[in-house]
Design a protein around this ligand. Structure first.
Ligand code: ATP
Length: 363
């Protein structure tokens, strides 16, 4: 059977374990040898005990856990050819020619580059007697399949990334908890949520947590936002509401591109309305805790589909990302999605917000 390795790279997210479990079990079911690579690309470069064969029971009891049991890392070495050469040697030694990479756009970009370089890496290993001619021939193709693990839902080409739904559960729990205390004391709470340049978490949190106001990067605030915000809050209070919730995405900005922070919003509310106002920055709590049912299923389906894609691939097959389209697991071209995701980031940086939203499309 084929040698498949699975690894998680970049920021962790809930549901990665479900994906790892599914890759291992689907791979074994189809007669493959499946390996874990621990600590992302660092483990691939370092080799040794970082690359271990998995069996059916090594993924028992992990589907309910947040984070990733095989570890994740950011790895400088893999950005250099020297590092990728070591990684290639470690894969060949273990008979691995198929990779399931679970990570963000950076991790997928690295995987694509590695695949393109693979023949020349093997040539170099052969020339320096680090592998045999037989190995050079036997392992001549590297196949990759990507899964997007990210709480931000910031990847083009998939409706949902693995971890977003669980992060929303954490945010909603926090808002609900805050609402009860805010009600008692008639307070205004400003909650900062994650998402980098993507406002998905902020927007959905605001809608489902009944927030009064939300700031997201894709919809930069009107220059008069302090007046608009205060007017809205005052209106709510005058209508009998005992509390206010304001959501600020971490990448929120105004139309000049200047950041709108939770502290800035607090200052506006305190200076103008003299309300008892508190800031809660949810931070890494959002990445923690158990994955939701949705993320467990999403990770499981994506993992199984990734293995199927690798089984069906030949040397002419373009690398794919497994994504969710409606309720379907589909294969989409990896580099097109990465390119589009990067174009969105660029449009945001260029303050072309409408273009960014149009480019993001279904993500
Ligand atoms: P997140 O969404 O959490 O940031 P990510 O996968 O985008 O996840 P990165 O830090 O960008 O996170 O990338 C993770 C790792 O992938 C890097 O530490 C590096 O080892 C590898 N990598 C990223 N970009 C490249 C690249 N252009 N060439 C080679 N390797 C890369």
């Amino acid at each position: 059977g084929k040698g498949i390795a699975v690894f998680t790279s970049g920021g962790d997210s809930q549901g990665m374990n479900a994906a790892v479990r599914s890759v291992v079990r689907m791979g074994i079911y189809l007669g493959c040898k499946v390996y874990f690579i621990r600590e992302g690309y660092q483990g691939m470069v370092d080799g040794g005990s970082n690359i271990v064969e998995a069996n059916w029971s090594s993924v028992s009891c992990i589907i309910h856990k947040g984070g990733t049991i095989i570890g994740s890392a950011r790895c400088k070495d893999f950005r250099e050819r020297e590092g990728r050469l070591k990684a290639a040697k470690n894969l060949v030694e273990n008979g691995i020619t198929n990779l399931v990479v679970i990570g963000g756009d950076g991790s997928l970009t690295g995987a694509d580059l590695f695949r393109q370089e693979w023949p020349s890496l093997l040539d170099e290993l052969l020339k320096t007697n680090q592998i045999t001619a037989e190995q050079r021939e036997k392992y001549k193709f590297l196949q990759i399949a990507g899964l997007v693990g990210s709480i931000d839902n910031d990847f083009c080409g998939t409706d949902m990334t693995i971890g977003t739904d669980s992060a929303l559960h954490r945010i909603i729990e926090a808002i609900d908890a805050i609402v009860s205390t805010a009600y008692s004391h008639q307070r205004t709470f400003i909650m900062e949520v994650m998402g980098r340049h993507c406002g998905y978490l902020g927007l959905v949190a605001a809608l489902t947590g009944e927030a009064d106001y939300v700031f997201i990067p894709e919809w930069p605030a009107d220059p008069h936002w302090p007046e608009l915000l205060c007017k809205k809050i005052l209106q709510e209070r005058q209508a009998g509401q005992r509390l206010n919730i304001i959501i600020v995405s971490e990448g929120a900005i105004d139309r000049n591109g200047d950041p709108i922070t939770a502290e800035l919003v607090k200052k506006v509310v305190v200076d103008n309305l003299h309300q008892d106002t508190r800031v809660t920055v949810l931070g890494h709590v959002q990445r923690g805790g158990n994955p939701s049912a949705f993320d467990r299923i999403l990770g499981s389906r994506m993992g199984a589909e990734a293995v199927m894609a690798l089984m069906e691939a030949d040397e002419t097959t373009e690398p794919c990302v497994i994504s969710l389209d409606g309720n379907q697991a589909v294969r989409v071209p990896l580099m097109e999605c990465v390119k589009q995701t990067k174009a969105v980031a660029q449009a945001m940086a260029d303050k072309e917000w409408e273009k960014a939203v149009a480019l993001r499309g279904k993500s």
